[in-house]
Design a protein around this ligand. Structure first.
Ligand SMILES: [Zn+2]
Length: 324
């Protein structure tokens, strides 16, 4: 999910109430405009270390500035603390940059960290999709920072180590160089008019990969562009119950977003409402292809929210940030 989605109240917008939709669509043009740019955004082989903050303990300091400066996880038991778009991660684990069925992209961002349940889910999806012969391997985008928390660029969620972005581009049959991992771009799956997928690009393998992702018991949501959801609704055969977890959202035309449910026995993790019942292939999907959803008018009164401060995150995030 994008940073801008947060400004619309991401969970409400996904639930799809009319008011939430109005709020959401006010910004959607910007979301849409940013989504391709984000997917194409290259990394760098020589990331510059962030300069020290003049007043890190100033209560007005943006939490993203603090969390971005922690290059390693907090050595604590693994816990997701808070909500997907307002929290942090203790005891983060890294996804190996190379697996037999995945490769991590944009290594310079140091965002291949997550709760162990997320790491296990990404690995399982990668292995299963390869074993079933539907997808050669995952190219993995951002998970979380080592201690989670808000990020300097890109995402509103991904804060508690339970979200992952996976490219809709299959992994090549070779190990990518470090430069390729920074420069390579994913492929846009959606037609220029935004009303459907690009037929020459969206394959049965894409459907099967999304099915395998959504069928994992600990995966609660898979976010895709509405045009991709439409293609899944049209083409899925057999058991279609997994479609309920695949939710339409702006952007997500180069990658899909995987969201894991709060792990069992993690009381500080605040759950999101479960997705609505049913396949979501009905009138609720049609709305995404109306003019107000496809080409919304920006709201001239809209102003960016000030960034979250540490005091606005769960109190335990202060400990996570300061821990060794
Ligand atoms: Zn995401």
């Amino acid at each position: 999910m994008t940073r801008l989605a947060q400004k619309t109240g991401s969970s409400a917008a996904q639930a799809g109430g009319p008011r939430a939709r109005r709020l959401a669509c006010a910004l959607a043009a910007i979301v849409w405009a940013l989504a391709p740019a984000r997917a194409q955004e290259a990394g760098t082989l020589a990331p510059k270390p962030l300069p020290p903050l003049a007043r890190p303990d100033d209560p007005k300091t943006a939490a993203k500035e603090l969390f971005a400066r922690r290059a390693l996880p907090a050595r604590m038991a693994a816990r997701s603390i808070g909500f997907y778009s307002r929290g942090c991660l203790a005891g983060g684990r890294s996804l190996a940059v190379d697996g037999e069925s995945w490769q991590v992209m944009r290594l310079s961002r140091n965002r291949n960290w997550g709760h162990p349940t997320l790491i296990a889910a990404v690995e399982r999806i990668a292995r299963q999709a390869k074993a079933e012969g539907v997808w050669p391997g995952l190219l993995v985008g951002d998970l979380s920072q080592p201690r989670g928390g808000p990020m300097l660029t890109g995402h509103a969620s991904h804060q508690i180590g339970l979200d992952a972005d996976v490219w809709l581009t299959p992994m090549p049959a070779r190990r990518l160089t470090l430069a390729e991992r920074e420069d390579m771009s994913a492929v846009d799956m959606v037609r220029a008019d935004k009303r459907d997928v690009e037929a020459s690009l969206f394959t049965p393998g894409h459907l099967d990969l999304l099915r395998i992702a959504a069928q994992q018991p600990d995966v609660e949501r898979v976010l895709v562009n509405a045009a991709i959801k439409k293609a899944l609704c049209r083409n899925a055969r057999g058991d279609r119950s997994w479609l309920a977890k695949v939710r339409p959202y702006w952007g997500h035309n180069y990658h899909f977003h995987l969201r894991i449910a709060c792990p069992a026995g993690d009381p500080a993790c605040r759950a999101q409402d479960p997705p609505p019942q049913g396949e979501g292939c009905d009138a609720s999907l049609d709305w995404w292809f109306t003019e107000e959803a496809l080409n919304p008018k920006p709201d001239p009164a809209w102003k960016p929210k000030p960034p979250l401060t540490l005091a606005q995150l769960p109190a335990e995030c202060r400990m996570v940030l300061k821990a060794d």
